[in-house]
Structures are given as structure tokens and as C-alpha cells.
Design a protein around this ligand. Structure first.
Ligand code: SAM
Length: 338
């Protein structure tokens, strides 16, 4: 059945429809993943620079009227924000206006206490980051010794019905590539969508090296040694991952996100809003556009719409990770909102 949207469609200058908004609700994080925020956070920005939940609600309402169908709350660690349930409740009300999917990406640490309230507030599903199933490697990669708590968070999310649950693992050479097949076994056992992500040059330490990237192809080969896969027969559309099911019919799913070795920019439908209200048109943008300043200047709704439309027209055709002149963005993933 073809769904007729009640809203208009936001399009960039290459004709890509923008349907997916990632909203970072905080740039603070309680983990120190070496591939993201190895040296901790810079001094915390003054609160008044951050969007309030009312401002988030207002701009998301506008984005939905422009055709955004999916909103993913992220950060930093979104559950560090004290009003996360309020933000979730307010944004879930946009489902009456065309929002189809409200998700949240988290390190899982606070899920044992928050999963039920988030579900009640209208959250549809969660993605949980989990880089190792071994206590030592988990600690070494994330800087915190809390694997058991994250696993308890996963159980709480399941119990609360925040499904389908996705698990994100960033695979980095010399750290966790030997665990890829174990993660696939985990997906089968727990019936979750396991997504493997190539290491991207988005670390605050700027220590990324191509040698540390484990390619999507290698990840798939490592899984198939143990568990043959069949591609899920859906047009990839704007999906970030190539998706597979287990050929033997076991539960669970595999997704491989390979932005470094198999860029998928041509179908990108995403834009991002940072916690301090900057629109980023690409993860790798080196420029940001202050929606916060426009909103706070007293602009009318129409003026804000014009601003958003003009920013979207500037969306980059692709990222330049593989070009010699590539310059990594100055802000790490924890500030951009992964
Ligand atoms: N704190 C939440 C979490 O841990 O999921 C949300 C924010 S985190 C920045 C979002 C996702 O970005 C995580 O799955 C994380 O593993 C991923 N990420 C961060 N830095 C990355 C990098 N350099 N390359 C690939 N993925 C990265």
C-alpha cells in the first residue's frame, strides 16, 4: 500500500528526500570510548547554549511538517539528560502529525531505570551500543567496567517492549574483530538486530587510521565462517546498513554499516541537529548552521522553514573520507550525535 504523506518533502539539491532526523539531546557522556571521546569531554558548554525541550519540540514539529518521518534521539548519552522522558513524550505526540518512528541510541547504562518510563512516554525502540561481550575488552574500548550493567539494560529494554532492539558494535582492528562471530551468535540467541559499524574518522583524539578499519566485507566473511547469511531482499533505499538474515532461519538479523569502504551517500536521507541547535547536513560536515540562533532571533515559523530548506539545499553530495584532501570534522561523534 502506498502511504500518502500529509506533509511536504524536504529535498536537497541532488533530489534526495530528507526523512530522517537525528537529534542530539546532550553532548555529555559517561563513557570514554577510545574511538569517540578518549580524552573526556571539553569543558561543559553553558546550559543556555543548549536547546531546551520546548525548543526541541518546536523545531521537531517544524521538521515533521517538512516530511521528517523518523527521529532518533542520541548524544552524547541521551539518558544523561534529566528531561529525556519529557522530550520523548513531547516528540511522540508528533506521531499525530506524520512522525512514523521515534528511536533512541544509548550506551545502555541507564536503561535498567529508564526503559519502562521511556516506553510509556512513547519511545518505539532503542539501539544499544555494545562493543564487546568480554569484560576486559569492553572496559578497554569504552573506558568503563560496566558490561554487566549494559547487558541488564538490554534485558530491561526487551522487557519494556522497546523492540526491535538493535545492537551497535564498532569493529576496530586489534580490539574486537575476533568477536564478530560471537556477536552473530549473540544476535541469534537474543533475537536482536546486530549491526557492525566500520570505524570512522570521528574520534576526538584524531587518532583514526585506515589500518584500524575492519571492512564490512571482512566482517561478513568472519560471520559466514560460522553462520551463513542470506541478504534480506529489500531495496536498500536510505538504509545505512546492508541487512542479512541467518540462512538456517535462526532468529536475529545482521546489519553491516560500511561508510568507509562502501559509502552509501547517494541514498542518504539524514540530517542532524546538535544539542546546541546546529544543523549538520552530513556526519563529516565541516560547517554547521545555527537553527538555535534563528529560532531565538524571533523568526516566524515560515522564516524558520525557509532557513531549514536553504540549509538542506547545501547538503554535501558525499563524504570525502577516501579523498587525499579529507579533513575530519573538529567535533567528535559524541558532539555531532551518532
Ligand atoms: N551514547 C550513545 C551510545 O553510546 O550509543 C549515543 C551516542 S554514540 C556517539 C552513537 C554511536 O556512534 C555509537 O554506536 C558509537 O559506537 C558510534 N560511534 C562513535 N564514534 C564512532 C566512530 N569513530 N566510528 C564509528 N562509530 C562511532
Amino acid at each position: 500500500m502506498i502511504k500518502l504523506s500529509m506533509n511536504q518533502t524536504l529535498k536537497d539539491s541532488y533530489g534526495r528526500a530528507i526523512r530522517d532526523l537525528r537529534v542530539s539531546v546532550t553532548d555529555r557522556c559517561n563513557f570514554r570510548c577510545f574511538y569517540c571521546l578518549p580524552h573526556g569531554e571539553p569543558p561543559i558548554a553553558p546550559k543556555e547554549q543548549m536547546l531546551s525541550y520546548e525548543e526541541m519540540e518546536y523545531v521537531c514539529d517544524i521538521f515533521v511538517s517538512l516530511g521528517i518521518e523518523k527521529i532518533r534521539l542520541t548524544g552524547g548519552e541521551p539518558l544523561l539528560r534529566r528531561d529525556i522522558e519529557t522530550i520523548t513524550r513531547k516528540l511522540s505526540q508528533l506521531k499525530a502529525k506524520g512522525l512514523l518512528d521515534l528511536a533512541l541510541t544509548t550506551n545502555g547504562y541507564f536503561l535498567p531505570e529508564h526503559a519502562r518510563d521511556l516506553k510509556d512516554a512513547g519511545l518505539d525502540r532503542v539501539t544499544i551500543s555494545l562493543d564487546s561481550l568480554k569484560r576486559d575488552t569492553f572496559k578497554q574500548m569504552t573506558g568503563v567496567d560496566v558490561l554487566d550493567r549494559v547487558l541488564a539494560g538490554l534485558a530491561a529494554a526487551k522487557e519494556a517492549g522497546l523492540q526491535p532492539i538493535k545492537i551497535n558494535a564498532v569493529i576496530v582492528r586489534g580490539h574486537n574483530e575476533a568477536e564478530v562471530a560471537d556477536f552473530a551468535a549473540f544476535a541469534r540467541e537474543h533475537d536482536v538486530k546486530m549491526r557492525f559499524i566500520e570505524f570512522m574518522p570521528l574520534d576526538s583524539g584524531h587518532d583514526w587510521s585506515r589500518n584500524d578499519v575492519v571492512s564490512g566485507r571482512e566482517i561478513r566473511e568472519r560471520i559466514e565462517v560460522k553462520f551463513p547469511l542470506s541478504p534480506i531482499d529489500v531495496a536498500r533505499g536510505s538504509e545505512t546498513s546492508s541487512r542479512y538474515r541467518f540462512a538456517d532461519g535462526a532468529p536475529g538479523e545482521i546489519g553491516i554499516i560500511a561508510p568507509v569502504t562502501e559509502a552509501f551517500c547517494g541514498a542518504c536521507s539524514r540530517i542532524r541537529l546538535t544539542a546546541d541547535g546546529q544543523i549538520r547536513t552530513c556526519l563529516f560536515s565541516t560547517v554547521e548552521h545555527s537553527l538555535r540562533d534563528v529560532v531565538r532571533s524571533g523568526a516566524t515559523r515560515n522564516e524558520i522553514i525557509e532557513f531549514i530548506e536553504s540549509v538542506v539545499m547545501k547538503k554535501e553530495p558525499r563524504h570525502y573520507i577516501n579523498d587525499p584532501q579529507f579533513v575530519a570534522p573538529s567535533r567528535s561523534m559524541s558532539f555531532i550525535g551518532g
